[in-house]
Design a protein around this ligand. Structure first.
Ligand code: ZN
Length: 69
């Protein structure tokens, strides 16, 4: 009985620390009034459309692989 409870607790703690780590890796992007990808003026969000978001995320991933140049 107690073993099962411990496992559930451990799982919950693991899940919570994973969520915290994900948050740390992906800091919130504040609204700047401009698209993060092409710097066009926008009224809400971080990108003017899904294409810009994809472009930006691809660039961020490449940066992560190549390091900061
Ligand atoms: Zn854009």
């Amino acid at each position: 009985m107690t073993d099962q409870l411990d496992q559930a607790q451990q799982f919950e703690e693991q899940r919570r620390s994973d969520a915290l780590r994900d948050q740390a890796l992906k800091p919130a992007m504040p609204f700047t009034g401009n698209c993060y990808n092409c710097t066009d003026a926008i009224e809400k969000g971080c990108f003017c459309d899904a294409d810009c978001r994809d472009d930006y995320q691809t660039r961020i991933k490449l940066k992560g692989i190549n390091g900061y140049v």
